[in-house]
Design a protein around this ligand. Structure first.
Ligand code: GLC
Ligand code: GLC
Length: 827
C-alpha cells in the first residue's frame, strides 16, 4: 500500500495521509542553515553543525517518534475548537491533508471545519533563516474569527549539553522581545556572539517565550493552554525552557485568504559590537533588522522560493535521462541528486536515525559522498577535498572522522581503518574526471592540519597508496587494521567487555588479519593514481602504481579466491573469512562487488562466477544481503558484525551501499539485465507499493533493508544519509545508462536490459551540453561501437572533450553488436 504519490512535474512526493509508517522527512537549507522537517512538521534546525549550533529542540526516540517541530495552531475563536494543520501535535481528523516534500522545501496543507491552511517551509538561498509562509483561507459561507499561534522550543545551542546538563541549563535561558520579534539569547551575555530570532509579519495579539507558560503545567504540545483558552500570556523566559510563540488574530470573510510569514533565523554580531547601547546587555539588532524586515514581505518570500526552484532546475539539468522506466527516471532526474546533495551536506550527522549529536564527517563517507555530488557543485566538492586531505596523517593514514566546524580530525571513533586513505584517491579522481581541473593536485595541504607540513595534494595521494603498501600481511594482502569499509568486521578487537566500542578499543597486536576488500579497492585506487600520474607526465609514478596494482591482483588471484567467489578476509590467526570453510558468513558481498568493479577476474571468468554466486546465495527480493549464512551468535574474533541479530545491518541485512558495486560489476561483465534488476530491488520508487513493509520514505534510498534472516524482511532503516545515494547514482547513471565522465572525454557505454530500446540523456560536462541519443534495437545487448558526434562518425564510445565551451553537442550512440563480439571497452 501507498501513503501518497510522486508528482514528477513538480518534483515532489505528495504524502496524502499523516500517519505514515515512520515520520517521512525532508531537508531545508543547502549551505549554512539547515533543518529537517517531517510530514507532520516535526524536526529541528541548526546552523552548520547539528550538535554545536542547534537552534531548536527535538526529542529523540520519543513516543510518538517525531516530537518537537515547527508547529502552528489554529483556533476557531467562536467555538474554541483548535487544531494543527500539520496534524501533529493535536492529531485532529483533518480533511484533505497533504504534505508535499520538494527539493529544499515542504508544503503541508489541510482543511478543518471549512478552514484551509497551507504552510510552506524553506530556507532562502544565501540566508541563515527559514521561512514559514502560512496561508489561511476561509472556505465557509460565513465569516470566521480565528487565532493563529506559532511555536518553537529553543535549544540552548550545544544539543548534547542541552539534553543532559539541566542543573545549569534550567538557570541560563534568556530572551528579548522587541517589536514582536522573539530573540533567543542564552549565553549571549558571555562568550556567544550569536542569537536566534523568531519573527512574524502580523501585529501580535500576544506572545510567549516560556515553554510552561505557553503549554501550561503538566501539558504537552497537543493541548497548549495558551491555544486552548485563546490568548498568550506575554511570558518572558528566565531560565527553564525558552520557547517562542506568536499569537495573531484573523478575521476572514468567506473565501478570503490571508498570508502570514514567520521567520526563524540565526544571526551573529562582531564580538566588539554585541550590545546596543554599548555597555548594556541588549542585543545589537541593527545588522539583523533589515534582513528580518525584508523576508517578512510576501513578495520577497515568493521571489526567494522561485529562486530556490530555479536553482534546482539548473542543477538537475546537469544530468538527465529519459529511459521510459519511471523508477529510473525519477531517481536519476530528481531524487537521487537531491539525496546526494543532502548527504554531502550532512554527512552522517542529522536524520531521524542520526541524532545530530553523534558523528562528525567520516573520511571514507565524505570521500564517497563526493562521487554523487561532484557534478552538481564542483567548487564545493573541491573545497571539501582540500578539507579532507588536510586531515590526512603523515603516514598517509587517516582520522576516521573530522568536525565540520573546526575541520580537525578527531579520534572519537578511532583511526587505523585501513581502507580510509584509498577513498581519497578515488574521490580526487572523480573530481578530476568531472572538471579537468588538475590545479587541485598542486594545492599545498598540510598533514593533520599542522602548519609547516604542506605538500601538494598529489603527494597526499601517493602517500595514500603507500599507506597500503606499507601494511601488507603474509598473503601480500592489505592488513585490515581496525576494520575496512565494513566498520563492524573487527578482526583485531576481541572485545569481551559489555558496551565497549569496537572501533576505539585497543586492538590486540601480533595478528595477521588481511582484507581482500582493501586489496580490490587498492587495485582501483592505484589504477586511478597511475592515470593521474600519466596526465602529469610522471611516468615513473604511473609505472610504479600500475606495478603495485598488478602485484595486488596477483595476491587476490592466489589468496583471495575461494573456488566460487572471492574471500572476504583473513582473520587474526590467518584463517579465511568468507569462505566455504566457515560455518557462518561463508560469502560476503563486498569483495564480489569491489573485485569485479576494479576489473579483477573479468578476463578469466571468475568475475562471472562470483556474481553468479551472489545471485544464488545473497540475492533476495528486497536486495542483496551482505553475507550468508547470517551469524547466529557472537564471534569474538569477528567483532561487531556478529553482535547484530541476523538479517539486520552488517549481519546479513541488505546493506544497500554495497549493492551498486555489484550492479557496476554486472555491467563490467555486460549483464545489463542483472544490473538493472539489482538496482530496482532497492530503488525506493520501485518499492513504493510496498510502503507498509518498507516503511521508509519512498523517495530516498535507505542504508539498510532488513534481510531474509530478519523477522521483518524488507523493512528499511537509516534512510537519507548513506553512501548508497552516491554509489547508486554512479551505478545507474555512469555504468547502467553508461554516461561516464573520464579524463579525456565522455564515455557512452550503456549496459541496459536486452529488452530496452532507444533512450535519451542530457549531460552537461566540461562546459558543454551533450544531447545523447542511444540507438538500440530491443532484443540486442552489447556495447556502443560507434558514435555520431555532431554528424561525424567516431569509432568506439568516447566522445572527445568539447573544443569550445557552451557548445551543444549532439551525440548518437549505436548499440548493435552482439555482446560476445565486444571486447572490454574500459581499462
Ligand atoms: C556506515 C558507515 C560507513 C561504513 C558502513 C559499513 O554506513 O557510515 O562508513 O562503511 O556503515 O559498516
Ligand atoms: C557501522 C554501522 C553503524 C555503527 C558503526 C560503528 O558504520 O553501520 O551502525 O554505528 O559501524 O559501530
Amino acid at each position: 500500500m501507498r501513503y501518497g504519490h510522486f508528482d514528477d512535474v513538480r518534483r515532489e512526493y505528495v504524502i496524502t495521509r499523516p500517519d505514515t509508517p515512520l515520520p517521512w522527512i525532508n531537508y531545508l537549507g543547502s549551505e549554512d542553515y539547515f533543518g529537517i522537517i517531517s510530514n507532520t512538521a516535526g524536526g529541528y534546525s541548526f546552523y552548520r553543525d547539528a550538535r554545536l549550533r542547534r537552534l531548536t529542540r527535538y526529542r529523540y526516540n520519543n513516543a510518538p517518534l517525531d516530537l518537537g517541530g515547527r508547529y502552528v495552531y489554529l483556533r476557531d475563536d467562536a467555538s474554541g475548537d483548535y487544531w494543527s494543520p500539520s496534524w501533529q501535535p493535536t492529531q485532529r481528523d483533518l480533511d484533505d491533508y497533504t504534505c508535499r516534500h520538494g527539493l529544499g522545501y515542504s508544503i503541508i496543507s489541510s482543511r478543518y471545519q471549512g478552514i484551509r491552511a497551507e504552510t510552506l517551509y524553506f530556507v532562502p538561498a544565501g540566508e541563515t533563516l527559514e521561512v514559514w509562509r502560512v496561508r489561511v483561507t476561509n472556505e465557509r459561507a460565513v465569516p470566521a474569527t480565528l487565532s493563529l499561534f506559532s511555536s518553537v522550543e529553543f535549544c540552548l545551542w550545544d544539543a548534547q549539553d542541552d539534553a543532559t546538563n539541566f542543573q545549569r541549563n534550567y538557570s541560563v535561558g534568556e530572551v528579548e522581545v522587541e517589536d514582536g520579534v522573539i530573540y533567543h539569547k542564552t549565553e549571549y551575555r558571555e562568550r556567544r556572539n550569536h542569537f536566534a530570532f523568531f519573527a512574524c509579519s502580523e501585529p501580535l495579539a500576544g506572545f510567549d517565550t516560556q515553554r510552561d507558560a505557553f503549554l501550561g503545567p503538566y501539558r504537552s504540545w497537543d493541548r497548549p493552554i495558551g491555544v486552548e483558552r485563546g490568548f498568550a500570556s506575554n511570558s518572558i523566559a528566565h531560565g527553564w525552557q525558552p520557547s517562542g510563540s506568536h499569537h495573531v488574530r484573523l478575521e476572514l470573510r468567506p473565501g478570503e485568504t490571508r498570508e502570514i510569514v514567520f521567520l526563524l533565523g540565526y544571526a551573529e554580531n562582531p564580538a566588539d559590537a554585541k550590545f546596543d547601547p554599548p555597555g548594556s546587555q541588549t542585543i545589537d539588532k541593527r545588522r539583523v533588522r533589515p534582513t528580518i524586515a525584508r523576508y517578512l514581505q510576501p513578495d520577497v518570500v515568493a521571489d526567494a522560493f522561485e529562486a530556490l526552484q530555479s536553482r534546482w532546475t539548473d542543477l538537475l539539468g546537469i544530468c538527465r535521462a529519459e529511459t521510459g522506466n519511471e523508477h529510473v527516471d525519477r531517481m536519476v532526474n530528481i531524487w537521487n541528486p537531491y539525496q546526494c546533495m543532502v548527504t554531502f551536506n550532512m554527512s552522517r550527522s542529522a536524520s531521524l536515525f542520526e541524532s545530530g549529536i553523534g558523528r562528525g564527517m567520516g573520511f571514507r563517507d565524505t570521500s564517497q559522498d563526493l562521487l554523487g555530488f561532484v557534478h552538481l557543485v564542483p567548487a564545493r566538492a573541491r573545497e571539501r577535498l582540500l578539507d579532507v586531505a588536510s586531515t590526512q596523517l603523515p603516514t598517509g593514514g587517516a582520522y576516521h572522522q573530522y568536525q565540520p566546524l573546526t575541520k580537525r580530525g578527531n579520534n572519537d571513533v578511532g583511526s587505523g581503518f585501513n581502507d580510509d586513505p584509498a577513498w581519497l584517491v578515488v574521490s580526487v579522481a572523480a573530481y578530476l574526471k568531472e572538471t579537468g581541473d588538475s590545479s587541485i593536485l598542486d594545492e599545498a595541504l598540510p598533514f593533520d592540519n599542522q602548519p609547516g607540513t604542506e605538500r601538494p595534494l598529489y603527494e597526499h595521494l601517493q602517500r595514500s597508496i603507500q599507506y597500503t603498501l606499507d601494511r601488507l600481511g603474509p598473503h601480500g594482502l592489505p592488513l585490515i587494521g581496525r576494520a575496512d569499509w565494513n566498520d563492524c568486521l573487527n578482526l583485531n578487537c576481541f572485545s569481551e567487555t559489555p558496551g565497549e566500542s569496537f572501533q576505539t578499543t585497543e586492538n590486540r597486536s601480533g595478528g595477521v588479519a588481511e582484507s581482500v576488500f582493501i586489496a580490490a579497492l587498492f587495485v582501483l585506487a592505484a589504477g586511478e593514481l597511475a592515470a593521474i600520474a600519466g596526465l602529469r607526465g610522471d611516468a615513473a609514478e604511473a609505472a610504479r602504481s600500475l606495478a603495485a596494482a598488478s602485484e595486488m591482483r596477483r595476491a587476490v588471484d592466489q589468496h583471495g579466491w575461494d573456488g566460487a567467489w572471492f574471500r572476504r578476509a583473513y582473520d587474526f590467526f590467518g584463517r579465511p573469512v568468507g569462505s566455504a570453510e566457515n560455518d557462518e558468513g561463508q560469502i560476503f558481498i563486498e569483495p564480489q562487488g569491489m573485485c569485479v568493479l576494479a576489473g579483477i577476474g573479468i578476463d578469466d571468468g571468475r568475475a562471472r562466477t562470483a556474481l553468479d554466486s551472489v545471485r544464488e546465495r545473497l540475492a533476495t527480493p528486497h536486495g542483496i544481503v551482505l553475507l550468508q549464512p547470517a551469524f547466529t551468535r557472537y564471534h569474538l574474533h569477528l567483532g561487531e558484525i556478529s553482535t547484530y541479530p541476523g538479517g539486520y545491518k552488517e549481519n546479513a541485512g541488505v546493506f544497500c551501499h554495497t549493492n551498486p558495486w555489484v550492479m557496476i560489476g554486472e555491467t563490467r561483465v555486460r549483464n545489463g539485465d542483472a544490473a538493472l534488476d539489482c538496482y530496482l530491488r532497492i530503488n525506493p520508487s520501485a518499492r513504493e507499493d510496498l510502503s507498509e513493509t518498507h516503511r521508509g520514505e519512498p523517495y530516498v534510498y535507505a542504508q539498510m533493508i532488513a534481510g531474509a534472516d530478519a523477522a521483518t524482511p524488507g523493512e528499511a532503516k537509516n534512510t537519507w544519509l548513506t553512501g548508497t545515494a552516491a554509489w547508486n547514482f554512479v551505478a545507474i547513471s555512469q555504468w547502467i545508462l553508461g554516461i561516464r565522465p573520464e579524463h579525456d572525454g565522455l564515455r557512452i557505454d550503456p549496459c541496459v536490459p536486452v529488452a530496452w530500446g532507444d533512450f535519451t540523456a542530457t549531460r552537461r560536462f566540461r562546459g558543454a551540453t551533450y544531447r545523447i541519443a542511444v540507438r538500440k534495437r530491443p532484443g540486442t545487448s552489447g556495447c556502443v561501437t560507434r558514435l555520431r558526434v555532431d554528424g561525424r562518425t567516431i569509432e568506439g564510445n568516447l566522445v572527445p572533450l568539447p573544443s569550445s565551451t557552451e557548445a551543444v553537442i549532439e551525440v548518437e550512440a549505436f548499440v548493435d553488436a552482439p555482446v560476445e563480439d565486444v571486447v572490454e571497452a574500459t581499462p
